[in-house]
Design a protein around this ligand. Structure first.
Ligand code: C2E
Ligand code: MG
Ligand code: MG
Ligand code: MG
Length: 292
């Protein structure tokens, strides 16, 4: 009975006791491999102005098709990545896919901003600002076309380093959007001093806006707060016309959700944007599609 055997025994025993742990470790190493193999994709979902139906931009959402598990949702692997050194690698891939897409659209005369999600951990140190500065330069992209969505969790964190990174992004001209607003604990003072350009109302409130007076009240309060701060409010997860109409009546500025469109792969969103542009041009010329 050697020390080595006993260690193996413990390892096996531990894995058996906590199958989820080995599962998570397996998933994380598969994710690392997926990043190395460059197989992560971005899907894009439009954000639309409620005032005139114009396209405000698209949000890039990471998609991972696992070789044996099939599609793994980001909510399952982003938290794992965040607890490891994988997150910066993932963000790097996502940013470079978004920049390449912006460059491809530029070439076709399309100027549609892409918002990418970044994690709190991405905002420590200067890795992200360096990456963005280099990327925008390499691809020849105007800073305003790449937006960052940061969750309200970030806003609640009050560190000098974070403040500095957000100020630097602001100096670079990169717009910031506060994601999942209403689920965190940001103070009004922090909100007022941060260089942000948009509040996104979390889907949990939006989804109940037709059923619950409390949720209507919360959504109204968030929209009013955004406007008091001179920021547009964008509702996420809008699925029905009824929800959209309630949001419109509350003065919401923009919507994103399945009602407008589901997140789509690059070619599909490009067609969607071009199609929409043609239709809105027709509308302005007073032509209906039927007369074409
Ligand atoms: P999020 O940034 O709040 O993104 C919105 C989520 O709501 C997306 O889920 C989107 O597919 C979903 N959604 C949009 N419209 C509707 C709707 O009408 N109904 C419903 N039920 N859902 C809708 P997804 O793509 O699964 O992403 C989940 C979260 O994972 C994101 O939430 C974001 O926090 C994170 N995430 C996604 N991609 C990335 C990424 O590239 N980097 C980082 N750091 N996080 C990401
Ligand atoms: Mg987001
Ligand atoms: Mg969100
Ligand atoms: Mg959300």
């Amino acid at each position: 009975y050697t020390a080595k055997q006993s260690r193996q025994g413990i390892a096996l025993y531990a894995a058996e006791r906590d199958p989820h742990r080995t599962d998570r470790l397996g998933l994380l190493s598969d994710l690392r491999q997926a990043i190395a193999d460059d197989v992560l994709e971005l899907h894009y979902q439009p954000k639309i102005s409620l005032a005139d139906g114009s396209l405000l931009g698209v949000e890039g959402l990471v998609r991972w098709r696992h070789p044996s598990r099939g599609f793994v949702p980001p909510d399952m692997f982003i938290p794992l990545a965040e607890q490891s050194d994988v997150m910066p690698l993932l963000t790097q891939r996502v940013v470079s896919v978004a920049l390449a897409q912006l460059a491809a659209w530029n070439e076709r005369g399309l100027q549609v901003p892409i918002a990418v999600n970044v994690s709190p951990i991405d905002l420590t140190g200067h890795r992200l600002t360096d990456l963005l500065a280099r990327g925008l330069e390499d691809y020849g992209i105007a800073a305003g076309l790449l937006q960052l969505e940061i969750t309200e969790r970030v806003v609640a964190e009050e560190t000098a380093e974070l403040q500095e990174v957000l100020a630097e992004l602001n100096r670079m001209g990169i717009p910031l959007s506060i994601d999942d607003f209403g689920t965190g604990y940001s103070s009004l003072l922090r909100l007022k001093t941060l260089p942000v350009g948009e509040l996104k109302i979390d889907r949990t409130f939006v989804s109940k806006v037709c059923e619950s007076r409390v949720d209507v009240g919360i959504v109204r309060a968030i929209i009013d707060l955004a406007h008091a701060l001179d920021l547009p409010a964008i509702a996420e997860g809008v699925e029905t016309v009824q929800q959209q109409e309630v949001l419109r009546s509350l003065g919401c500025d923009g919507v994103q959700g399945w009602l407008v469109a589901r997140p789509m792969p690059a070619e599909q969103i490009t067609d969607w944007i071009l199609q929409r542009r043609v239709t809105s041009l027709d509308a302005r010329r007073g032509l209906s599609r039927a007369t074409m």
